[in-house]
Design a protein around this ligand. Structure first.
Ligand SMILES: CC(C)(COP(=O)(O)OP(=O)(O)OC[C@H]1O[C@@H](n2cnc3c(N)ncnc32)[C@H](O)[C@@H]1OP(=O)(O)O)[C@@H](O)C(=O)NCCC(=O)NCCS
Length: 136
């Protein structure tokens, strides 16, 4: 858990989630909490939960010095696979409109924007709702 919290802080700064929230996700039997390793240490994680007939990616992050090596793509592919196997009709998420790297990652997997949510983030930045429809 210590490594996950470090990745979280390095990735999200003041918006980083507290340890307690990670413990709640980890304890939720419905939650899909995937940790990617590079060498012997955690390099990234994703958290997805079933919600309203689909799967919601609540968070995904790769530690800064491990980015650009395909780890984010692997985490996303695994989360989508889990959603598909569970019978979910779609995978959805919210991303900052100015987060070009994450948006490019999601688009690469076929996610499309379904809505813009003005002022979604603490600092007033807009969020994009994005969705990937899964074929049954
Ligand atoms: C978004 C994030 C998870 C991507 O992880 P990563 O391991 O670096 O991504 P990958 O190496 O697997 O890259 C996969 C694809 O993502 C896109 N991508 C990744 N980094 C990018 C960048 N800096 N600029 C543009 N596109 C980028 C590309 O489409 C890339 O495919 P390509 O290599 O064929 O061009 C990572 O940048 C991160 O942790 N960011 C901080 C946390 C965050 O913003 N999470 C998303 C919250 S919604």
């Amino acid at each position: 858990m210590r490594r996950i919290l470090a990745i979280e802080n390095e990735s999200f700064g003041v918006d980083a989630w507290p340890a307690e929230l990670f413990r709640e996700y980890a304890a939720d039997p419905h939650c899909c909490f995937i940790v990617a390793e590079l060498g012997r240490t955690a390099a990234g994680y994703s958290i997805a939960v079933p919600r309203r007939g689909g799967f919601e990616i609540d968070s995904i992050a790769v530690r800064p010095n491990a980015r650009g090596k395909g780890i984010g793509a692997r985490l996303l592919r695994d989360a989508i696979g889990k959603a598909r196997r569970s019978g979910a009709a779609f995978v959805s998420l919210t991303v900052r409109r100015d987060n070009a790297a994450a948006i490019a990652l999601y688009r690469k997997f076929g996610f499309v924007r379904t809505a813009t949510v003005p002022g979604y983030y603490e600092d007033g930045a807009a969020g994009w709702r994005m969705r990937l429809r899964l074929s049954r």
